[in-house]
Design a binder for this molecule. Structure first.
Ligand code: ADP
Ligand code: MG
Length: 488
């Protein structure tokens, strides 16, 4: 098929950039094809557009004054970047500028797929959507995602959880073991098929649920009824951790007395329980008349009610099952307790993965700014930094999800080799993103701020340069629907 001509190169031409006078309208971000001196078809991309005209202020006013129709001449001009051509499997760029006057065509899909590195139906491909404006599938290499980590960033309501749901569906189809830290209890809906299949034909997806592949755990099964209890062994916790589970803010005053109680309890009986600790605390309070022990007894009684601790806590083999997805539902759990839960389970995964006791894992951290903040410390910061920097050696992949990229620890975020960016408007977040992505042009930074819901920028993931992707429709139900105050 003949290529569609869209314009000609004009003016001064650079090696990586050129100007084009357009005879057919093209959109910002559209791919072009230009033949160079050595007869390579080179992939290029429109970065900026401008409609130039002779409509000066005076002439415009004159037109209005005379009541004549607005017919001042205008024409469309664009700036384009050179992406490159593929030769012997490698993307190269022409070493000489194109000649002014060279014809510019709309790029055909085979050229785009070849140069950008888009592959369809790969054995390890996670199909996340279609290249914007094209019938080309965007598939991310699952091995690379797990080995080199991933971030999903956008403002609230930008479509992060929806996109993570798409990714998880793909991981489940490929039998990859996943764990998701789910602060809002949104991901249990992956069990059910979606009833709203928008554009199902374009994306070629079928409605289905993943019930048989999902395990869900929560420290609070009264609130989160679909979950199994997530409990910890009393014996594995030190005084400080116990105090966090009790929601104690005055850690300092209690650490030493609680240490004393733990020692006494374990000396008396290696299989001590919370009841033993409570009894001891009451006894000490009576003996010594020390109100700290009375208050500790009360705290321990509260902890007993929460059912977070058990003589034998949830085992690793209950929590992680090869080829299945484990949801750690933290809905309704206090922030410091959530941090402790994340710290303990990630710590265990890291140690056990090192020993090869669990399969390679893909771990999603929703609301990551709470678990590894840039400013201040969360209890979980350390283990997240460790997994981010060393996890790849052991097959622990991270997916960092956040609506405040500027507030996520840079040490963690900078380890994510693939970034999926949906709409971001906060200037600090835009800056954090543009600083962390290689090959992001000014034009792309502008586009990110105006992306419609459902379109994301993919950077990394094995593609030659960042690209825009229309996120595919979910097969399973999305759990994070926006809620109307007034039903419509
Ligand atoms: N690709 C998409 N296609 C259709 N609807 C989407 C898409 N992405 C997001 N939405 C809708 O937008 C809303 C917000 O998405 P969500 O993923 O929950 O946002 P976030 O997690 O970023 O706050 C939801 O109601 C969801 O249904
Ligand atoms: Mg969300």
């Amino acid at each position: 098929m003949a290529l569609e001509e869209v314009g000609r190169i004009y003016g001064d031409v650079g090696v990586g950039q050129f100007k084009v006078a357009l005879t057919t309208p093209v959109e910002r971000g559209e791919y072009l094809s230009v033949e160079d001196d050595t007869h390579h078809r080179v992939l290029c991309q429109i970065s900026q557009l401008e409609r130039k005209s002779d409509a000066t202020a005076e002439r415009t006013l004159e037109t209005i004054a005379h009541g004549s129709p607005y017919n001042l001449a205008d024409a469309l001009f664009g700036k384009a970047n050179v992406v490159g051509f593929r030769e012997n499997g490698i993307v190269a760029v022409p070493q000489l500028p194109f000649k002014p006057g060279t014809t510019v065509f709309r790029a055909d899909e085979s050229l785009i797929a070849d140069v950008m590195g888009l592959k369809e139906n790969g054995k390890t491909g996670a199909y996340v959507g279609m290249l914007r404006g094209h019938a080309l599938k965007v598939e991310l290499d699952i091995n690379q995602l797990v080995q080199r980590h991933l971030s999903v960033l956008a403002k609230t309501g930008g479509g992060k959880s929806y996109l993570v749901g798409v990714l998880l569906e793909e991981f489940l189809k490929h039998n990859v073991t996943c764990v998701i830290i789910d602060p809002h209890g949104e991901y249990g809906s992956l069990r059910f098929r979606s009833e709203k299949m928008r554009n199902a034909e374009r994306f070629g997806v079928e409605s289905r649920g993943f019930k048989e592949k999902i395990l869900e755990f929560s420290p609070d099964t009264t609130l989160n009824r679909d979950a199994h209890p997530l409990t910890f062994s009393l014996k594995n916790l030190d005084a400080r951790e116990l105090l966090t589970f009790m929601g104690s803010t005055n850690v300092r005053g209690y650490v030493a007395p609680l240490k004393g109680l733990l020692e006494a309890a374990s000396t008396a009986n290696a299989e001590y329980t919370l009841k033993d600790l409570i009894r001891l605390a009451h006894a000490r309070a009576a003996e010594e008349g020390n109100p700290t022990f009375e208050s500790l007894a009360e705290k321990l009684e509260y902890l007993e009610e929460t059912k977070l601790l058990a003589p034998v806590g949830t085992s690793l083999h209950e929590l992680i099952v090869e080829g299945k997805m484990t949801i750690v539902n933290l809905r309704g759990i206090a922030p410091d307790v959530s941090e402790l839960v994340v710290t303990r389970i990630l710590g265990t995964f890291f140690e056990q993965r090192k020993r090869g006791k669990i399969p390679p894992l893909f771990i999603v951290i929703e609301e990551a700014h709470n678990y590894c903040p840039q400013q201040g410390q969360a209890m979980s910061s350390r283990i997240l930094k460790t997994v981010a920097s060393e996890g790849r050696k052991f097959g622990l992949g991270l997916c960092i999800v956040s609506q405040r990229p500027a507030r996520v620890d840079k040490n963690v975020l900078s380890q994510c080799a693939t970034q999926l960016i949906l709409q971001v408007t906060n200037p600090l977040d835009v800056r954090a993103i543009s600083q962390s992505i290689e090959g992001l042009t000014d034009g792309m930074t502008e586009i990110i701020q105006a992306l419609p819901v459902g379109t994301c920028l993919v950077s990394g993931g094995g593609f030659h340069t960042p690209l825009f992707c229309d996120v595919r429709t979910r097969s399973s139900r999305h759990g994070g629907e926006s809620i109307n105050v007034i039903p419509t």
